[in-house]
Design a protein around this ligand. Structure first.
Ligand SMILES: [Mg+2]
Length: 265
C-alpha cells in the first residue's frame, strides 16, 4: 500500500513537471517556416557574412577599375537599401513567428523604428566610394511615408550621402527604371548594387520566373562587374514571380505553388 502511494506520488509529480515540446505558431505553412530558416541564415550564418563581403570586395575592385577610365559625367553608384545596405531580418522573423508574411502596415512600423542593422561590408564600401568623389544614390521601393525613418536609419549607421536629395523612394511605379534614367541624365552610373534583379535592369521587372532565368543568362557578364548582387534567401521577386506577382495569395495558395515547382526525385 505504501509502495503504491509512493508510485502514485511520483507519477503525479512527473505529470505536473513534464514539459511538452511546443511547436512555434509559425509551423503552419511553408513560407513562414521557410522564412524563419532563411532569416536564421541571414542572421547567424558566417557564410552569409562572407557572401556580403565577397560582393563588396568585388565592388571595390570594379570601382577602382572604373575610376581609371575617362568619364563624361560625374560618377554615381545606385544602391538599393533593403537587404543590400540595411538588414531587415528582425522584421521577417517577427512576422514568421506568428505565421505571417510581409504586410505594408507592420513593415512601416518596423522601418519607422530606424533600427535595422547594416549588411556586412556595405558601409565601408560606400564610404570608400564617396571618398573618391562618387555620388551615392539610395534607390528604394520604400514609400515616401517611410522617408523619415529610412533617412534616420542611414544617418545613424553612418552611411555616406544619407540626405533627402539622394534618397529616391518609390513613386507612381514600382519599376526602378524611370528613377535610374533620371539619375543617368546627370551622372555616369558606374555600378548598381542590390539583392533583387529589378535593382539592375528593366529586363527583370515583373517577369515570369522563366524569363528572369533567361534574362539572367543573357546578362551573365554584367554580374560581378557593373551589377553587384547581395544574397537574399528570404524574399524578393524570385518568390513573387512564382506567385505571378499576386500579392493577395493566401499561405495555402503559396504552399500549393511551392510544392508544384519544387524538384525531387
Ligand atoms: Mg532590396
Amino acid at each position: 500500500m505504501k509502495k503504491c502511494f509512493i508510485l502514485l506520488a511520483v507519477l503525479i509529480a512527473g505529470c505536473t513537471t513534464a514539459k511538452i515540446p511546443q511547436s512555434p505558431p509559425a509551423a503552419q505553412n511553408i513560407t513562414a517556416n521557410g522564412k524563419l530558416l532563411a532569416s536564421l541564415f541571414q542572421q547567424r550564418a558566417a557564410e552569409y557574412q562572407a557572401l556580403c563581403f565577397q560582393a563588396y570586395n568585388l565592388a571595390k575592385i570594379r570601382l577602382d577599375q572604373a575610376l581609371l577610365l575617362t568619364h563624361n559625367k560625374p560618377l554615381a553608384i545606385v544602391t538599393d537599401i533593403d537587404e543590400t545596405v540595411l538588414d531587415n531580418s528582425p522584421y521577417d522573423v517577427k512576422q514568421s513567428l506568428v505565421g505571417k508574411d510581409y504586410e505594408q502596415k507592420s513593415w512601416e512600423e518596423w522601418t519607422a523604428l530606424a533600427k535595422a542593422d547594416t549588411v556586412p561590408g556595405a558601409r565601408s564600401f560606400l564610404k570608400y566610394a564617396s571618398s573618391k568623389g562618387v555620388k551615392i544614390y539610395y534607390l528604394t521601393n520604400r514609400a515616401e511615408t517611410e522617408r523619415k525613418g529610412t533617412l534616420a536609419n542611414l544617418v545613424q549607421k553612418d552611411f555616406p550621402d544619407a540626405v533627402n536629395e539622394q534618397l529616391i523612394l518609390k513613386g507612381a511605379v514600382s519599376s526602378k527604371e524611370p528613377r535610374r534614367q533620371a539619375i543617368a541624365e546627370k551622372y555616369d552610373i558606374v555600378m548598381l548594387i542590390g539583392d533583387n534583379l529589378g535593382d539592375f535592369s528593366v529586363l527583370f521587372d515583373k517577369k515570369t520566373s522563366e524569363e528572369r532565368a533567361k534574362n539572367t543568362i543573357a546578362s551573365a557578364s554584367e554580374f560581378g562587374k557593373r551589377f553587384i548582387v547581395l544574397p537574399n534567401p528570404v524574399y524578393g521577386d524570385w518568390e513573387n514571380s512564382l506567385y505571378k506577382y499576386n500579392y493577395n495569395f493566401t499561405p495555402a495558395q503559396k504552399d500549393s505553388v511551392i510544392k508544384s515547382v519544387l524538384k525531387s526525385y
